[in-house]
Design a protein around this ligand. Structure first.
Ligand SMILES: O=P(O)(O)OC[C@H]1O[C@](O)(COP(=O)(O)O)[C@@H](O)[C@@H]1O
Ligand SMILES: [Mg+2]
Ligand SMILES: [Mg+2]
Length: 334
């Protein structure tokens, strides 16, 4: 590849388009990149260093944590808490917001993250990831829980890293979506996917079919019609995928289109949704919209949802615009 553009070069080029920016944001992103490189190294050597398997402990979500859920959480916190760029952090793995230790300066950003996404796949060597969202905050103070309860539309940046056959980072700062591949030889993320866009139409859906009998009617109708293919009202055949790693599903959709659903289901009335708004749904919604796709709860644009609690879950429908709009129409038709 002739002129390799590193992520740092790319970010500084972007920063130059906005005179007066301090560069703090670029440094913060570089700190997140450093953390994800460490995570990539751990995940890649999982079997060799005994970090696979269960940690026999539960997180705030009531889920049994994997050892790597905790290890990746700690790597993120240790890479970010001393930098002086943050007023606080929120992680999937701990209940309360993470405060910046008193000995470190406090900055003007908040980072909300899912340190290990797709953790049910880590022991079977399938693609997992890290998801992050960045919000602005009052500078120099300890962030309060309500500082994190902001609509996704207020994000200044969102990204995810894929730990798969290659390690990749997908990023948006509100000016389109770009993909970077980690060049293990030089330890740098290289720009390999400029201006990723999602085709408006698709013939591929992703949903956990085993929950079918617990879905609401609009989702059941949509999936039934996809499965009926040319024998049904859609008049075309659809393919199905389910990787059980949100990051991998979104990357597939960024690459070749598609629609992903993790909708409401009545399995457990106390937990009618799976994915978390602040550090899963909002960051991928920002990325998907910036790539020309759409993301909805089925009844509301994801980025307009007003968060009520830190670990709130939401129904997620995202991907190729035409399909998401069709599913929303089915919800409105009731
Ligand atoms: O186990 P299921 O029902 O297939 O759910 C898979 C979904 O759960 C998740 O693994 C939840 O994320 P975590 O692994 O971060 O908890 C998503 O990545 C994925 O889309
Ligand atoms: Mg997750
Ligand atoms: Mg996780």
């Amino acid at each position: 590849m002739a002129n390799k553009v590193t992520m740092t070069q790319f970010l500084i080029e972007q920063q130059r388009e906005y005179p007066g920016t301090s560069g703090t944001f670029t440094m913060l992103l570089n700190d997140i990149v450093t953390a994800c490189k460490q995570i990539s190294h751990k995940v890649n050597r999982g079997n060799l260093i005994g970090v696979l398997g269960s940690a026999e402990s539960e997180n705030v979500q009531g889920e049994v944590q994997k050892k790597l859920d905790i290890i990746t959480h700690e790597i993120m916190v240790e890479a970010l808490d001393w930098t002086g760029h943050l007023a606080g952090m929120l992680s999937e793995e701990v209940d309360e917001p993470i405060k910046i230790p008193p000995q470190y300066p406090k900055g003007k950003y908040l980072v909300l993250f899912d340190p290990l996404d797709g953790s049910s796949n880590i022991d079977i060597n399938l693609t997992v990831g890290t998801i992050f969202s960045i919000l602005r905050c009052r500078e120099g103070v300890d962030a309060e829980p309500e500082d994190f309860l902001r609509k996704g539309a207020e994000q200044v940046c969102a990204g995810f890293v894929l730990y798969g056959p290659s390690t990749m980072m997908v990023l948006t700062t509100g000016h389109g979506v770009n993909g970077f591949t980690l060049d293990q030889d030089i330890g740098e993320f290289i720009l390999t996917h400029r201006n990723m866009t999602i085709p408006e139409d698709t013939r591929e859906f992703a949903i956990n079919m085993s929950n079918q009998r617990f879905w609401e009617e609009p989702v059941r109708r949509y999936i039934d019609e996809c499965v009926q293919g040319t024998d049904g009202p859609r008049g075309k055949n659809f393919n199905m995928r389910w990787i059980a790693s949100l990051v991998a599903e979104v990357y597939r959709i960024l690459t070749r289109g598609g629609v992903f659903l993790y909708p409401y289901d009545s399995r457990d009335p106390k937990k009618p949704y799976k994915l978390r708004l602040l550090y899963e749904a909002n960051p991928v919604a920002f990325i998907v919209e910036q790539a020309g796709g759409a993301c909805s709860t089925g009844r509301e644009r994801m980025l307009d949802v007003k968060p009520q609690s830190l670990h709130q879950r939401v129904p997620v429908i995202l991907g190729s615009k035409d399909e998401v709009e069709r599913i929303v129409k089915y919800h409105l038709e009731g």
